[in-house]
Design a protein around this ligand. Structure first.
Ligand SMILES: Cc1cc2nc3c(=O)[nH]c(=O)nc-3n(C[C@H](O)[C@H](O)[C@H](O)COP(=O)(O)O)c2cc1C
Length: 157
């Protein structure tokens, strides 16, 4: 299965570490949106899209990249993020990115989220939160998520 991971990780490299763990399992390159050849994107069977969460949304560069994609034939996709806090029920930003991808013809197989070291200004005052995250358990969970994607693709479920 030919897989690519598109990742914007600007704050502490938290999401990039998650992407690299998934990339090892999926044998996938991890690229910043600026490095992706949009025309070639549709040669992949599966594309992952991830970033940190900023002001309750995926990074604007990742969202802009997805918005700029032409509508293509149906391809597999997955979405992942790292954030200081869990996604609030009143602001389902993962669902928003999934919908955007679906509008572009992607079929989103699954989503993954974990905590990351967070120095958002209010938390910076106390030295940040989640200082050790993503940790070994988070990376293990990211690899297990990627294994699940592989299994699902093999069994067609
Ligand atoms: C300016 C700023 C805004 C942020 N906004 C949020 C937010 O709305 N919700 C949240 O849970 N975390 C927020 N965070 C924390 C980041 O999502 C978290 O640190 C993430 O792991 C960063 O990923 P990265 O290192 O891959 O860029 C914010 C961090 C910064 C610096």
């Amino acid at each position: 299965m030919k897989t690519l991971i598109v990742c914007t990780s600007v704050s502490h490299g938290n999401t990039r570490r998650i992407a690299d763990a998934m990339g090892q399992v999926l044998d996938a390159r991890v690229l910043d949106p600026d490095q992706v050849d949009v025309g070639g994107l549709f040669t992949y069977d599966l594309v992952g899209f991830g970033s940190g969460i900023f002001s309750m949304n995926f990074h604007p560069r990742l969202r802009q990249f997805v918005r700029s994609l032409p509508r293509g034939e149906r391809r597999g996709a997955f979405v992942f993020s790292s954030s200081g806090l869990p996604e609030p029920g009143f602001r389902p930003y993962t669902r928003g990115l999934v919908r955007l991808l679906e509008d572009k013809g992607f079929q989103v197989a699954d989503t993954f989220a974990c905590r990351g070291y967070d120095t958002w200004p209010p938390f910076k005052l106390v030295g940040g939160i989640n200082k050790t995250r993503p940790d070994a358990d988070d990376l293990h969970a990211a690899r297990a998520f990627a294994e699940g994607l592989l299994t699902r693709t093999r069994t067609g479920s």
